[in-house]
Design a protein around this ligand. Structure first.
Ligand code: SAH
Length: 331
């Protein structure tokens, strides 16, 4: 929906009207302005005409598994997001911040698309609203938003932060800042900027390799931001925010999953306080294959023996190719 237009239309109204309108959209999750009973009829009509609430998306997936939504944007572009329903009642939306991506990580489906453009904050917000409306019908709520869909959030910093600000608003969607996670390949300027924000959002850094040589090969951006620079920035971030940082590590067979590489990774991270490694099963999207479960288990053990905290994320709905980080808008 056109959030910029919403502000514009309500500029000429008393201040409380904007608050009422935003509360109707983000709290009551209305899908038609006629449902906004607190607003006068004339204003509802005007909003209906100039700021329609309909969201253009098609949905794929299974009722209790992950659902994947494909959004049609202006200019005929498409972008995807995923809803992950966890067994403990949490519902996470994995949102995209860009159409395509400039980074060309070898293992990532989005990179293979090339880069089209940044999403603006209403387009990112819509992805969350869409699933929030869906869940409302089941009397459920979104509990987490992760920027792990298409694109690199720190190359679209302002729109990402503005989205968080909107969804964090107490009079609206009211999702606490600790329920947002931003995942980055390690754009150092972004990490530094985030450390200065008032929002206590979670930071995740995609490492995927324990040394520059391998990382450069599978993630070309490592030439610009080598490991030492990234880890220095993370160190400063942790000191400043006292918040935990997650290092993501996708397990790719015979590429980054040996015992030696686990030892190297532990060496690299041992002095970074409050950090932990999240081992992610690789979703095959091209030239690589996923590590075998026994290999992942052993890799985890080596890290833990060396004092590194480790968590594990399994394949979310690989059957419908819906995991975060491999969205490509193929349909
Ligand atoms: N650009 C950001 C956020 C988008 S990707 C980043 O790279 O962090 C979100 C996560 O999914 C990243 O850790 C990314 O490396 C990972 N990912 C990409 N392709 C994947 C795949 N095929 N299988 C599993 N994880 C993948």
């Amino acid at each position: 929906m056109d959030l910029v237009n919403l502000d514009k239309i309500l500029e000429k109204e008393p201040k409380y009207r904007l608050k009422q309108a935003k509360s109707a959209v983000f709290k009551d999750l209305i899908e038609d302005w006629q449902e906004a009973k607190t607003l006068p009829q004339g204003l509802r009509k005007e909003l209906q005409e100039h700021c329609p609430l309909r969201l253009e998306a098609s949905i794929f997936g299974t009722p209790d598994g992950p659902s994947r939504a494909l959004f049609s944007l202006r200019g005929g572009l498409k972008v995807e997001s995923v809803l992950l329903r966890h067994k403990d009642g949490r519902n996470t939306v994995c949102v995209s911040s860009q159409v395509g991506c400039v980074l060309c990580c070898q293992f990532c489906a989005t990179g293979q698309l090339g880069f089209k453009r940044n999403l603006d904050y209403p387009e990112i917000t819509d992805q969350v609203l869409f699933f929030a409306r869906l869940l409302k019908k089941e009397k459920q709520k979104i509990t987490n938003v992760v920027f792990m869909g298409m694109g690199e959030p720190f190359l679209n910093y302002d729109n990402v932060l503005k989205t968080i600000e909107i969804l964090n608003d107490k009079d609206g969607f009211n999702l606490g800042s600790r329920h947002f996670s931003i995942s980055t390949v390690g754009i150092v300027e972004g990490i530094k900027k985030l450390a200065e924000e008032n929002f206590q959002v979670n930071l995740a850094v995609s490492l995927h390799a324990p040394d520059d040589k391998l990382r450069e090969k599978i993630m070309p951006i490592n030439k610009k931001y080598p490991l030492e620079k990234i880890l220095d920035a993370v160190n400063d971030y942790v000191k400043k925010t006292k918040r935990r940082v997650m290092f993501e590590y996708i397990m790719i067979k015979d590429v980054n999953d040996s015992d030696e590489q686990a030892t190297k990774l532990a060496e690299l991270l041992k002095n970074i306080p409050l950090s932990f490694v999240n081992l992610i099963s690789y979703n095959p999207t091209g030239i690589f294959r996923p590590s075998l479960p026994e290999r992942i288990k052993r890799f985890k053990e080596v890290l833990e023996e060396k004092g590194i905290s480790v968590t594990q994320r399994y394949r979310f709905g690989q059957d419908i190719a819906a995991a975060c980080g491999q969205l490509a808008g193929k349909r």
